[in-house]
Ligand binder design. Sequence first.
Ligand code: NI
Length: 183
Amino acid sequence: MILPIFQYGHPVLRKVGVDIAADYEGLRELIDNMYATMYKADGIGLAAPQVGHAIRLFVIDATPMGEDYPEVADFKRTFINAHILDYGPDTIETSEGCLSLPGISEPVRRSTSIRMRYMDENFVEHEETFSGYQAVVVQHEYDHTDGKMFIDHLGLLRRKLIRGKLSAISKGTVKVRYRVQLP
Ligand code: NI
């Protein structure tokens, strides 16, 4: 089932997500629906708060970016109860967008390496280091589960410049190709 994507201004996007247990009701279906919703909207990642659940769950399929960034050529993964243990010192700036912020794309600087503990969809625990564009995509989605969005990383001037766009998104006056949930 395709779910509506919650748009900027909705309070659920600002909640810190909680860890979930393996028996979280409807988890299997929620994960399937999140992938379907992400693909329908041409996204490469989607976090549970973006479909109204303030829990630590996100899905990524960055394989469409494999031509630009070979490290994500087969990067498709479900992340549950993820916690970043370390941010590496080196950074990279890439242009980011977000299905909760349609029409906005801004350069964001992030660590090129992170060490993270998470569980996969079978609740098997992993401790893994992600590098390059993998690390960038993971940090973007991980931020959502902490109640953050990529615009939080922008400087004051850039934020001022997009204020009008943000207000339009939350009012629903931005044209969007996918189903949305307004604040
Ligand atoms: Ni996003």
